[in-house]
Design a protein around this ligand. Sequence first.
Ligand SMILES: Cc1cc2nc3c(=O)[nH]c(=O)nc-3n(C[C@H](O)[C@H](O)[C@H](O)COP(=O)(O)OP(=O)(O)OC[C@H]3O[C@@H](n4cnc5c(N)ncnc54)[C@H](O)[C@@H]3O)c2cc1C
Length: 306
Amino acid sequence: MRALLLWMARNRFLRRNLPRLWFAKRAVRRFMPGEDPEAALDAAEKFKAEGIRSEFTRLGENVETLMECESTAQHYIDLMDQIEARGLDGEVSVKLTQLGYDIDVERTLERAQRLAAKAAEGGRTFWIDMEGSAYAEGTISFYERLKATHANTGLCLQSYLRRTAADIQRLMPLDPRIRLVKGAYAEPESIAYQSRDDVDSSFVSLAVALLEGRQQGRDVRLGLGTHDVELIEQVAARATAMGLPKSSFEVQMLYGIRTDQQRRLVGEGYAVRALISYGHAWYPWYMRRLAERPANVIFALRQIIG
Ligand SMILES: Cc1cc2nc3c(=O)[nH]c(=O)nc-3n(C[C@H](O)[C@H](O)[C@H](O)COP(=O)(O)OP(=O)(O)OC[C@H]3O[C@@H](n4cnc5c(N)ncnc54)[C@H](O)[C@@H]3O)c2cc1C
């Protein structure tokens, strides 16, 4: 089922046609408050009232024209103004392919620098998502260049990739800001752990490696981008054993997933941030969410019928 859903996410015909269907629009509502940025900002205001911070991403990847990349960059600049105006503790996270990485890496770097500079004005982090493994090395080298000029930038790393332990050591001298996730794409055994146990134990040891960097005086920021509460608790126990406070990491979850746990963690004194997605290009992203938990397919069908 997971492989089928991930194949559907990549399929061009489905990508073009499925989102037009009313029932698909209805089903996606579980994971996003709406297609407009205003819906995302309104959702963030509600989170703020509950002590939950926010993070925003406009859905869209593998952009093909220069005009689209420019308008995406400008969109995020305007969004950051609105985040500021509404007094939200909100940050922005983007995919490099959304800013034009497939077309021109240097121009993409210029755009990312512009966005990072804008985020710095409000004392915020500007985040870069991690895409499929074909982009891993390029994205990490890109981050090294961006971090050298803009300290307030963060990168997502995936615990299913075998290379990530070495990537963390490579980035440590830069005082990285890392969002650690398990990984959302279909990757082969040669480069990625396949079993849940392996991905989970990699997640804990990578989080501990980042906390050790912090303990040794590096200015590391760690975001645990997972809904796996057991893993969060394992990392929290390791942090406590290392003498680090709860504030040494932040929990990051997606809008609409385990909101009860987000509230519970805030109540226990953890810093929690909800990533709110919006925009009309939600199809591949939505299919990856279904693939993460095939039970969601049943849920989606129920929403369509009911
Ligand atoms: C803030 C954030 C940013 C992310 N950024 C990236 C990125 O840049 N690149 C990337 O490759 N991946 C990214 N991901 C996705 C990530 O890689 C995983 O695919 C996703 O988080 C599911 O794995 P999990 O860690 O929640 O653990 P899982 O083991 O999949 O889930 C743990 C539990 O959480 C619940 N759960 C998890 N997913 C769902 C769901 N879709 N619907 C309902 N319940 C669910 C279930 O109860 C499940 O038992 C991001 C995730 C988050 C939270």
